[in-house]
Design a protein around this ligand. Sequence first.
Ligand code: SF4
Length: 110
Amino acid sequence: MRTPAGKDCKYYFEDHFRGREKQECRLLQRNPQGGRWKPAHCRDCPVPDIMRQNACPNMALEGRVHKSLLGLREQIKIYAICTSTLREVTDPAIGCGECHLHRPGTQILK
Ligand code: SF4
């Protein structure tokens, strides 16, 4: 679904049918420590770009609202993990690279 920032995000949900004014981020919603989501968070959120760059089905994302030092600025921070290797994915846009090793015909460039 298209976010208020104009990007497609599979975690965004809105319902304006018959006067409803429902907007949700289902990524933050499923993290009890995720913080309180606002539609403005979509503007700088890295998730739509990550999903476009890396479609690995084994990568799981966790999001939370991160406040700046003075608490004036908020942005979404992402933690990614590979459910296959159970390791943290440091660069979710690229992935952990483990799956590429098992795909025939794939070359790892060094
Ligand atoms: S905050 Fe990020 S993950 Fe949540 S709906 Fe907006 S773009 Fe998607």
